[in-house]
Design a protein around this ligand. Structure first.
Ligand code: FES
Ligand SMILES: [Fe+2]
Length: 403
């Protein structure tokens, strides 16, 4: 089952606040519900975590890693999705493929660190080796004798493939559906992403250039990472450097589909301190009404995206344990902005964005600590700020069966 057919998308209506911002109607009917939409135990319990690994991270398209991790043929990058070890591999034909990280002999994980191999990957246990397209290459002494011949049925002994697609520098996988036909995978993936690719059709993601990346290993449940990302209320308090309060209070809720939700700061890029003398070239042909705005979207469950006219930021994460999430944050600019003269501007941009993410870390820790309190089953999301967060929680609760 895929994300696109596992939810019933009902387009919610908007209303406009006194300040002129759109607020999406949602599950919150009043300011004082006295009841969390997701039980507190789901943020700390192993049983709930295991359930979410299956019903959320192994049941549709999810972020698995970055394409630049395998930027040359022969690069192999192990990742974990839904608790399952996978390998992202760039083949000799430049194609990115994903396989289960499990040797077909005795199931040993092939790699636990990124590697660059010449033409094949070899299992360290009994030295079976596989081509970069996953097919079996050699099984030494298979019949207790020296021979180059592959065993019978070798065609079925290649690494097991996982459906995968690349978009905007990111690798997505679908552990639920084994698309033997890559066209079918492409069509399903395109349908899942359609609401955001339509909104961002002015951006040519083939032109993106990695400015910088960083990993954040955080002692927090993954849902709090997403909820904090969708929490526009905290900006003036926690991230005062991102702009004047008036700009950070000026935010629209945006619901593109049940699985793509977020917001838009119409003046999010305006009023900031100039980052440097050289402003960065835009990513694509940005419409004039978008040159100062910032889009923020979660592609459910684990791709958190930011887009301004001149930069694109991704936080993709692995939900590693009930109280551990590993974020991979990457900032991209247009390939024209890779020129040396933009070096200081790129550095200044990435410094600010990393600093913003770091400011959230102590908040996330304390949100996690708070989930051990019985009071956190009686929290109160507020209608003016938290409808988008409530949409996220509602989707989690429906998929995991908390409702
Ligand atoms: S487990 Fe890989 S070759 Fe035996
Ligand atoms: Fe924040």
């Amino acid at each position: 089952m895929t994300i696109s057919d596992s939810v019933t998308a009902v387009s919610p209506t908007d209303h406009v606040s006194a300040a002129g911002n759109r607020i999406v109607s949602g599950p919150l009917q009043s300011d004082s519900s006295q009841r969390a939409l997701i039980p507190a135990r789901a943020y700390v319990g192993q049983e709930e975590f295991d359930l979410e690994q299956e019903r959320i991270f192994s049941s549709g398209w999810v972020w698995a890693g970055f394409a630049h991790w395998v930027d040359e043929p022969g690069k192999v990058h192990p990742v974990t999705v839904g608790g399952k070890p996978l390998l992202i591999i760039r083949g000799e034909d430049e194609q990115v493929r994903v396989f289960h990280n499990s040797c077909r002999h005795r199931g040993m994980a092939m790699l636990d660190e990124p590697a660059k191999v010449r033409r094949r990957i070899q299992c360290a246990y009994h030295c079976w080796s596989y081509n970069l397209d996953g097919s079996l290459h050699a099984t030494p002494y298979f019949k207790r004798e020296r021979t180059r011949a592959l065993p019978e049925g070798a065609d079925d002994l290649g690494l097991l493939a996982v459906s995968s697609r690349v978009w905007a520098g990111m690798v997505f996988v679908n552990l639920a559906t084994d698309f033997a036909d890559t066209d079918a995978a492409a069509a399903d993936f395109a349908e899942m992403l359609a609401p955001i690719t339509a909104r961002w059709d002015h951006v040519d993601f083939d032109r993106i250039h990695l400015a910088d990346e960083r990993e954040f290993d955080i002692a927090v449940n993954w849902k709090l990472v997403v909820e904090n990302f969708l929490d526009f209320y905290h900006l003036p308090f926690i991230h005062p450097q991102v702009g004047p309060v008036s700009a950070s209070l000026d935010v629209d809720d945006v619901w593109l589909a049940d699985h793509i939700i977020g917001g838009m700061y119409p003046r999010g890029a305006a009023g900031k301190t100039a980052k440097s003398d050289e402003s960065l070239p835009f990513l694509g042909d940005v419409p004039v009404e978008r040159t100062e705005s910032q889009d923020i979207f979660c592609v459910f469950p684990n791709a958190l995206l930011f887009l301004e006219a001149d930069w694109f930021q991704v936080i993709g994460f692995d939900a590693a344990a009930p109280d551990r999430t590993v974020e991979h944050m990457a900032i991209f600019v247009d390939c024209d902005a890779a020129a040396e003269k933009y070096g200081p501007a790129r550095k200044s941009l990435t410094n600010i964005l990393f600093e913003v993410n770091e400011q959230d870390l102590p908040i996330l820790h304390r949100l996690q600590v708070g989930r051990h309190s019985p009071a956190s089953d009686r929290t109160n999301l507020v209608t003016h700020w938290d409808q988008i967060t409530a949409h996220f929680q509602d989707l989690v609760a429906r998929k995991a069966g908390y409702q």
